[in-house]
Design a protein. Sequence first.
Length: 139
Amino acid sequence: MRTFIAETKYGVWYLEYNYYPEQLVLNGHIITLQGLYHYWEVTGGDEKAYELFIKGGVESVKKALPDFDTGNWSRYASVYNSSSEFYHRLHIRLLLWLYAKTGDETFMEYAEKWNSYLAERGLKKENIEKLLQEMRDSP
């Protein structure tokens, strides 16, 4: 029986593709964290959900970020050297979401760093302040 959770060198990782557990997908993991966080909110504070969010996910992302940074772009997954522009932008937005929910500066630092990679390639940067405001304004 396959599971959707893997113990990795970063800690617990929520798998997007359970048939390929070596492929740690950054956006899939963080989107799972969003689900856990929202579940925690709607249940009025389910402690197990929050524990899975923080200990089972947020800390793993923090540890993994250096390996998902190529020095000029983000990686889609641990087994790839890059991501598409779509996923790179999604990574920035997901890191901003993690920053908004945790207040952890690591996520803001990587969002800003990865945003600068867009400009280095002559692409339009994400408007970080606007995105953060939208996150604060939405329920």
